[in-house]
Every structure is written in C-alpha cells, then in structure tokens.
Design a protein around this ligand. Structure first.
Ligand code: AMP
Length: 366
C-alpha cells in the first residue's frame, strides 16, 4: 500500500506532534510554514511560504492526499479554493466560523448552545453601550486573531473603556458578560466523514494570565459530560465535521457555557499522548483520512503542565520520575509555550505528588 501524505498548514508544535503520531502509521508529511526552524519543519518536507499565500497553499495541496492545519490564521477563502481539488479537513466553513468570535457566538445561539451574553461593538460609542448592557465587570475581545488571552481586556468600570479601545486598536470587537465560573473544562472530540465520533473525557483547565497552565483529565461529572456531548454533536453535525474539534466551556451553576471552539487539536488534549489509548493527534489524522477512530479512554489520571517562556533544566526534568517531557524546539520568549510535561498515574492524588516534587525543583515564569 502506498503511504498517504498529509499536508499541514503550519509547522508549529501541533503540526510536529501530528507528524510524531502519524509516522508510525506509515503517513508522510509536508508542511507549509514561513519559518525553516519551525518545530515541525524537520519532520517532513517543508514548503516555505506564508499561510495566507494561495500559491504556497496550492503547492502544498498538490503534493499531498489531504490538507489540515495547525494554525487558525489561514484565509478560509484560500482553503475553499484548494478544497476543489484536494480534501481539506476540518472544512473551511468550520475554520471561518471559529476565526470570528461573533460568528462563533451567533452559531452557538442558533444551535441553542448556551454561551455568555455578548454584544458586538464597532465604535467607541458602541463599546460604551455594549459594556453598559453587559454590566461591569465585563470582557472586551477582538473578534479575530485573539488567543491565549491576547486581544482582550477586562472592564471593571466605564473608566476602563477608553484605554481598552485604544490598546485593542480594532473596530471589530465583542463585549461579553463576565462569567464568575467555578472552573473551565474542555471537550476534545474526533469525527470522521463516515460520521463515527470518538470523544475524550472532559479535561479540567487552569489558566494563568489567560494562558493554559495546567490541564487534568479525566474530569468526571456525568451531567456535564452529557451536556458537553449534546453541544458537541450539534456542532459536529452542523459542519458535517471531520477531524478533531475542541470546545472550551465555563462551568457555572452546574451548567456549561461555551467560551470558544477550536477546529483543531488543542493544548488541552496533549495529555492524551501518554494518558489515553489513542492520542488526539492520531485520532485527528485517522479522522481526516476517514479511517476508523481509536479508543479515547484514559489510562488513569493525567496532569499536564505547560512550560511557558523556557524549558526547565534537563537535570530537573529527569530527576522527577513519572513525568513525560515534550520540548518543541522553540526559542525562549516570555509566556511562549515551549514545551509541556505530562504525569500519568492511577489517581489524581498520585499525579499531585509528582507535580509537587516537580514544582519544588522548578519555579515557572508565571
Ligand atoms: P479566551 O481567549 O476567550 O479563551 O479567554 C482566555 C481566558 O480568559 C479564558 O480561559 C478565561 O479564563 C478568561 N475569560 C475569557 N472570557 C471570559 C468571560 N466572559 N468571563 C470570565 N472569564 C473569561
């Protein structure tokens, strides 16, 4: 059987981990990335070019059997064009929706999926009006290109509005009510074109400064798991989805409110590399190739910790038994995700013991 070739737009850590998962399955990889030194660039052929260049995207598509992406800032219109001759999964429609917080929230409303109250604002005057309708505190976010807490400001009173308007420097904003959540959870789910669905258990996510810091799975709550499944099914069916979809939720008053979706593998699914029978990366590849999906059940309890700004020293890493290390090969920069570690044990308590040992040796930047 001839090896199948997967094209990945973006050779970041997500693309790298896809290639690491797909190589044992006999898959080959071609990446599109402007940077020779991107984390995945050495794990396959590299087409060097920007993500928004149609010629570069065509060149990638011509070399592969299927195209996927590890970044979200790819023009959906360009993906639609290449999808005319090479399959692109997840679809350009799913990406287009996720790229704009207003489109995303409008879809949640249309599908009856609870989400925090939101109002669009495209001028300073509209920002004042939207903030007063949502009430204080509230959150103002750029509709596009925000991630890891970037492109958002918390408004505690009307006095904060002008500063937020100046610093966000965008006339395409959305204001959301502030959710006093109990915790944040996410669901990673894979669907292939046959409509088979494989769901990971919910993961519990702890953020610092808007960036994921610790992710623990499984987060057992039968009621919330059932709600998450129902919300995910609506989204998967709406898009006739193929690939991994991630849904981030706030948990408040025993209910789930969707914060956002990512039409891709996600940081809150990294635990599945060691902590589940099939990783999110392998299942993403199986899903976009319309192969049968793998077992998503957990191998125990997993705790994943992100390394932000820089990796711990090698001596620190290897003096803590029970943690699996991932270094993405990126240069250090404040708050940058440069790697992660995952502890898998029989119980959360056992994971906590290893994490405490690790924390006693390593003080993260945050
Ligand atoms: P986001 O970029 O939308 O994923 O937001 C990053 C983080 O900011 C979230 O994970 C939450 O911790 C926090 N956050 C975002 N939106 C809200 C909100 N409406 N209410 C409370 N916290 C929020």
């Amino acid at each position: 059987m001839k090896n199948r070739t997967v094209g990945i737009v973006g050779a970041g850590q997500l693309g790298r981990m896809m290639a690491l998962a797909g190589t044992p399955l006999g898959l080959e990889f071609v990446f599109l990335d402007p940077n020779d030194d991107a984390p995945g660039a050495h794990l396959g052929e590299l087409v060097k070019g920007p993500f928004d260049n149609l010629d570069a995207l065509q060149e990638l598509a011509n070399k592969v059997d299927v195209v996927t992406f590890d970044v979200e800032n790819v023009p959906a219109s360009a993906l639609r064009k290449i999808a005319q001759h090479t399959p692109v999964w997840p679809s350009a429609d799913a990406l287009n929706t996720a790229q704009d917080r207003l489109n995303e929230k409008s879809l949640f409303t249309q599908l009856g999926i609870p989400t925090p109250k939101y109002i669009a604002a495209s001028s300073l005057q509209e920002l004042h009006s939207a903030a007063s309708q949502c009430g204080f505190p509230c959150v103002v976010k750029a509709r596009r290109l925000g991630y890891d807490g970037r492109g958002q400001r918390f408004l505690h009173s009307p006095e904060d509005i002008e500063d937020a308007w100046d610093s966000l420097n965008s006339d395409s904003l959305i204001v959301e009510e502030f959710v006093n959540f109990d915790c944040e959870v996410s669901l990673v789910v894979a669907r292939n074109q046959n409509g088979d669905v494989a769901r990971y258990p919910l993961a519990l996510n702890t953020h610092k400064n808007g960036i994921l810091h610790i992710c623990e799975a499984p987060y057992y709550d039968d009621k919330l798991s059932q709600l998450a499944k129902e919300h995910a099914d609506k989204l998967l069916n709406h898009f006739n989805y193929a690939g991994v979809l991630t849904i981030e939720f706030f948990v408040a008053h025993g209910q789930l409110l969707v914060n956002e979706i990512a039409p891709r593998v996600h940081n809150s699914g990294h635990w599945s590399i060691e902590g589940a029978h099939t990783s999110q990366f392998e299942n993403h590849l199986r899903a976009i190739l319309n192969w049968p999906l793998g077992d998503t059940s957990p191998r125990g309890h997993s705790t994943m910790v992100n390394f932000l700004g820089g990796m711990p020293a090698v001596e620190t890493c290897f003096s803590v038994q029970g943690m699996h290390y991932h270094c993405y090969g990126k240069s250090n920069r404040p708050s940058r995700k440069v790697g992660h570690g995952t502890i898998v044990a029989e119980s959360r308590e056992q994971c906590d013991i290893v994490l405490e040992h690790f924390n006693s040796l390593y003080q993260p930047e945050l």
